[in-house]
Design a binder for this molecule. Structure first.
Ligand code: BEZ
Length: 210
């Protein structure tokens, strides 16, 4: 059965461009973003990995470790890394899993046979410090992902965990947020002593907590 939000992220041992890792140990107490790409030496993937490398400091700030995956071997990943640095201006600064035996792709259902029998699609899993899957995204091979969107989701999830707020449509960091429906007004008073705007009893808007 495929993975769902709330499931524990499957653990695995794998070869990467930074040596062999155990996934859960590598994550430690951090958040994680595990993302697959179809193949080394392909154009869209090259741009994605350059962008992920450029944004790594932003993921670090949020205590998020990022890790890529494709079914190509580690020596291929390492050779391709030179091209990524040359063409995108950012050297690979996070591990890429070499999933030649498709073991991890299988665990995370990253191969969609009706799209391609052997290559991984563009999957993304955001994993929290309890190793729970908090977001699942699947993009086709021909569409590069928006890594700013991944940071936006991390910000939203971390706000939810810390402050019991949800984020509205098209929310950007710094904008107003919504008190989660599970928090009744009595409990909300403790958390938001400055008050909130009640648009409807179920739609209570507050400034983004710090
Ligand atoms: C790419 O990364 O450019 C790509 C990979 C597989 C199919 C189509 C595009």
């Amino acid at each position: 059965m495929s993975l769902r939000i709330g499931d524990t992220a499957p653990d695995f041992d794998a070869d990467t461009t930074e040596g062999r890792i155990n996934f859960h140990k590598w994550l430690g107490d951090s958040w994680g973003v595990l993302f697959s790409h179809p193949k080394d030496f392909t154009p869209v993937c090259t741009t994605e990995l350059g962008e992920a490398a450029r944004l790594k400091p932003e993921f670090d700030k949020r205590d998020v470790k990022i890790i890529g995956l494709s079914v190509d071997p580690a020596d291929s990943h390492s050779k391709w890394a030179d091209d990524i640095k040359e063409t995108q201006g950012h050297a690979l600064n996070f591990p890429l899993i070499a999933d030649s035996d498709r073991a991890v792709s299988g665990l995370y259902d990253m191969i969609h046979p009706n799209a391609d029998n052997t290559l991984t699609v563009r999957s993304v899993f955001i994993i929290d410090p309890n190793k729970k899957v908090r977001l699942i995204l699947t993009y086709p091979a021909s569409t590069g992902r928006n890594f700013d969107e991944l940071l936006r989701v991390v910000d939203s999830l971390q706000l939810t965990d810390k402050h019991s707020v949800a984020t509205p449509v098209n929310w950007k960091s710094g904008q107003d947020v919504i008190i989660v429906p599970s928090l009744n007004d009595e409990a909300a008073k403790q958390k938001f002593p400055g008050g909130w705007k009640t648009v409807k009893p179920y739609l209570r808007v507050v400034p983004q907590p710090k």
